[in-house]
Design a protein around this ligand. Structure first.
Ligand SMILES: CC(=O)N[C@H]1[C@@H](OP(=O)(O)O)O[C@H](CO)[C@@H](O)[C@@H]1O
Length: 532
């Protein structure tokens, strides 16, 4: 194992530096991430061996907000996020204090996990456009070489594109191959589905897409070329990938969602459709300026309701009435969206803790599960049973046959491995074209309750323990009662506090019938939280 130690010594964990990470991936400055990427490479290789040599993905990528933070994520064989039990190992290995201890921990993991080291591990990886990418890739390659892993470098890709590739590679010889395992295969699959869905449907005109100066920009350009300008017209803005400090700066999905305004410098006609991706192109939000100049946001909740209503209508029109469709949200979903889904669309809603991996797994319990975080990260997943019903159903009329063909194309248009801003963009464009809706008609389906999200700095966020999908605090004892007493005073009031999983802070969310009340409620709840 001297090869291992030699490699590991090149990527030691910096002393006295604080790591901060979520549970599904790791996020931090590039110099810190180097050692973590090395460790994630070891885990990817172990994971592949544990899963009998299936291919595991690693993606080195941007996050949704600050330009300096890099992220690294592991992707499981079906292209999904790493399952929970493995996150524990990911966390412990990233904490390994020294190279010697890392080797000990690595060898312990081999035995506790029952990994067969005879199996050759297989890993594929990709990175985004930022400067730190090549150095982080070198750290990853070092770990893969030290563990004698077969690996393929897929160069620059969006996070969801790598998820797509991983599922393609692992299903290539199965009964349900997911697609051609190449970047062009991804564009071809989406483009051909999009073109099928647009047959006989007038195009909706141009959509302006802000790409957050991230990897989504060159990739959207390639996708748009493959789809063809005759059916898909997009104008790409914020595409300066060669200027690292511009990533997510004053643009991108997180900026638009949290600031509730256009990225500065955007000049758009009123009622024109605009969309923003985030830095690694897994989030998407839409927005427009109303005729009176008011900014209107169409967030993840609006995308989820649009998709759920369209898919519901389509399955009925195809004659597939028995498929159960459900929507998965988090506590951050606007209350109006939840009542719209349950009352108007008459569909079930499930609320899970924050983080798409929770939503994804809950969505898999429906025949067709639509999930989105309010911030625009989400997708639609079809169960194997639903896919089989769709494939085998014999339509009883030409109308049913047409709807069924559209449903089949929709399955191909949607990236079912993970939320994918490029695939979601085409999905929204198709639905709006079919409904002959502009953004205003879409926005008119329901009106968001005024809401406010605040970040409260606390000395120890782990003191804040929640229950009921993070909607209620169990600890510190007594806080929830105080919040309840306050919320009761506001019309349509709702508020909760939870520790962030990615930052050292507690987030407070509130909504109420009036803007001023939502603001006041958030401020008062934040004051309660700050006291602890
Ligand atoms: C309120 C909010 O937007 N929270 C975000 C944020 O998580 P926190 O645990 O709230 O820090 O980052 C996550 C990862 O990107 C994302 O999944 C989630 O929705």
């Amino acid at each position: 194992m001297s090869l291992f130690l030699e490699a590991s010594q090149r990527h030691p964990k910096p002393e006295n530096r604080k790591f901060s990470y979520g549970t599904a991936g790791f996020r931090m400055k590039a110099d810190l991430l180097d050692s973590v990427v090395f460790r994630v490479g070891l885990l990817a290789s172990l994971r592949s061996q544990k899963l009998q040599g299936k291919t595991i993905g690693v993606v080195i990528t941007a996050s949704h907000n600050v330009p300096e933070d890099n992220g690294v994520k592991l992707v499981d064989p079906m292209g999904e996020m790493l399952e929970a039990s493995w996150e524990v190992h990911a966390t412990s290995l990233a904490n390994a204090p020294s190279d010697e201890q890392l080797l000990v921990e690595y060898e312990n993991l081999i035995s506790t996990l029952g990994v067969n080291t005879e199996i050759t591990p297989k890993v594929v990886f990709a990175r985004d456009t930022r400067e730190s990418g090549p150095a982080l890739v070198a750290a990853l390659q070092d770990a893969l070489a030290a563990t004698k892993t077969d690996f393929v470098d897929h160069g620059l890709l969006t996070t969801p594109q790598l998820h797509y590739l991983v599922r393609c590679i692992n299903t290539i010889d199965s009964e349900q191959p997911y697609g051609e395992p190449t970047e062009q295969g991804y564009y071809n699959k989406l483009a051909s589905a999009y073109r099928k869905l647009m047959v006989g449907i007038p195009s909706n005109g141009e959509v302006t897409v802000d790409c957050a100066n991230g990897v989504g920009a060159p990739k959207l350009r390639l996708l748009a070329e493959t789809v063809g300008r005759d059916v898909f017209q997009c104008s790409i803005v914020n595409d300066s990938v060669d200027q690292p400090s511009k990533l997510n700066h004053q643009c991108g999905a997180d900026f638009v969602k949290t600031q509730q305004r256009l990225p500065p410098g955007s000049h758009v006609a009123s009622l024109a459709r605009c969309a923003s991706l985030d830095g690694d192109a897994d989030r998407l939000v839409y927005y427009f300026n109303d005729s009176d100049g008011t900014f209107r946001l169409l967030d993840g909740d609006k995308i989820a309701t649009l998709a759920a209503s369209f898919i519901g209508d389509l399955t009925k029109a195809a004659g597939l009435r028995s498929l159960n469709i459900g929507v998965v949200q988090t506590a951050y979903a606007n209350g109006s969206s939840t009542s719209y889904i349950t009352k108007t669309l008459a569909l079930p809603v499930v609320c899970t803790p924050t983080g798409v991996k929770h939503l994804h797994h809950a969505a898999l319990k429906f025949d067709i599960g639509v999930y989105f975080e309010a911030n625009g990260h989400g997708t639609v997943v079809f169960s194997n049973g639903a896919l089989q019903d769709i494939a085998e159903y014999v339509p009883e009329s030409p109308a049913q046959a047409a709807a069924l063909e559209n449903l089949k194309a929709l399955v191909d248009l949607i990236n079912q491995t993970v939320g994918d801003a490029l695939s979601d963009l085409l999905l929204v464009e198709v639905i709006l074209a079919h409904k002959r809706w502009g953004p205003k008609e879409w926005d008119g389906t329901y009106t968001d309750l005024p809401n406010r999200l605040v970040r409260v700095e606390v000395s120890d966020r782990t003191a804040f323990m929640t229950t009921d999908a993070e909607r209620r605090l169990m600890e510190p004892v007594g806080v929830q009662e105080k919040i309840d007493a306050l919320v009761g005073k506001y019309k349509q009031g709702r508020s909760f506090a939870r520790a962030s999983g990615t930052e050292d802070a507690v987030r407070v969310y509130s909504e109420a019938a009036e803007r001023g009340e939502a603001e006041e409620l958030a401020r008062l709840v934040a004051e309660i939280v700050a006291q602890y």
